[in-house]
Design a protein around this ligand. Sequence first.
Ligand code: G6P
Length: 608
Amino acid sequence: MCGIVGYIGENNCVPIIVEGLKRLEYRGYDSSGISIIKEKEILTYKKEGKIYNMEAILPKELSGKIGIGHTRWATHGGVSDKNAHPHLSQNGKISIIHNGIIENYIELKKKLIDEGYTFRSETDSEVIAYLLEKNYNGNFEETFYKTLQQLEGAYGILAICLSEPDYIMVARKGSPLIIGIGENEMFVASDANAFLGYTKQVVYLEDYEIAKIEKKQYITKNFRLESIQKKVNTIDWDQTALDKGDFSHYMLKEIFEQPESIRRAFAGRIIQNIGTVKLGGLNLTPQELFNIERVNIIACGTSYHAGLVGSYVIEELARVATRVEIASEFRYKNPIIEKGTISFAVSQSGETIDTLFAMREIQRKGAKVLGICNVVGSTIPRESNGGVYVHSGPEVAVASTKAFTSQLIAFYLFATLIGRMRDLGQFRGIELVSEIEMLPNKVQEILNNSKYIENIAEKYTKLDNFLFLGRGLSYPVALEGALKLKEISYLHAEGVPAGEIKHGPIALIDKKTPVIFIMPDDHLFEKTFSNMQEVRARGGIILSICNEKNVKKIKGIADDVIVIPETESIFSSLLTIIPLQLLSYYIAKNLGCDIDKPRNLAKSVTVE
Ligand code: G6P
């Protein structure tokens, strides 16, 4: 979703900002722009479409020491040059970029129009620039504070002023902002990836915090204008992790990284000889862990599907009642949080606004929330009461792959830990953790077979309206498989519990309908097999993901079969999803889709 980059220092800000915006491209956007202060004017260039469209209109000699840049993901107002950010004040002396939504913009805009201002865009954001102009009293810092008081809604804002060209004003309320500290230069961005090539020293702004950023220093205050001292953190990801290497897309690279990313998710957390797990980051005493009576999981998108797998695994291994809810629903429900409940907020980015707000609502009710997140230092882990970092490394492709499998590992570890405090004995524990340790090699085995999946994908590329069916632990995989396909190939796909097809979806099946059956060798195999026969009887085109043991049986019915290695059935979801990630990828590639940046989607969803 919208990306923000700002720079002030001794170098030319233009290439730094443009490069930073490109580093944020993966978040999803539909236009981009840049403003820089150049002697007596603010120069602004903005363009609909990809960043190279905007780059193409930048004069070759353009340079400046202070500037702000933005990638916009349209909310208020269509995708157009005029709606792209930055937005200038009417007199052109102030420029702003904004992520989030100004909820009272209609009323503010109306007042400004009555006072004679003429707006150029349809956005909510433009009112910020106009208000700054109207409020300007010769001191931009003060003007900025005053203006914030008039804004309702959520925002990350950067603002620069021609008459005071030595600083950038910044405010955060609901939309992430991170300051990067360099030598005689400062960066500010909505995502540290934007400036990782220059500095790893960062300061995370929290909601209701403001910063004045100069070349050599930054001053941070809260909304009451009291100075606050912020901790400087060091980011340990390096720039190479952000490169595509020899892969044609980030998504493919990330799929192939999974043996390693899964290993990192459990590294140092398994105690082999006693068959248990340590998760120090949970910040819970053994007594508190022992007293957990219920688990509540909130998440969106792929992370929600990981949560669904988590609920099956926790109930099975730990025998603790677990519910999973989509965060955007949960947050407005006045949810019942019973005593003894521990909640998990699952989020790759750690910034998804609905998950964050759902988490805050639970905390307001006095309960603890643990994060299962990937991006270190992001808002959810910072505000949570503890949690598990999954350490997948940067995930750039919009469609999540490696973060999903690492989130599953986090749930496997948690369920084993709690299970060992209850019904699971030491030997069972050893079996479980040993199997977890084998998973990376088994994922590798599937990846070694990618050519075969690529060949199968050719036939399925010509089809549409996919059904993905699975039961038990394969149901969330059916949802995730369908989501992957629709996200990147724009083909319609639906994930359905196999037992439900008789209640509707079976009406869709004809000779052109591809049906993907996820059926590892578990106690539900025969049930799903019956559903497969029902689909066959109606002429559907069947692809089955199964274990070697059942291939013979399935081959008589299915058109195609992808074999996955054997595992404990409780961990099957982590293996069955891998061929579905590859299948989606190859179908989307055959269709010529923009795989890493699918249309209309964003990596990090910071508006509700
Ligand atoms: C967006 C992304 C998905 C992701 C979802 C939740 O929709 O495109 O890939 O699963 O947000 O994101 P989170 O960062 O909270 O896991």
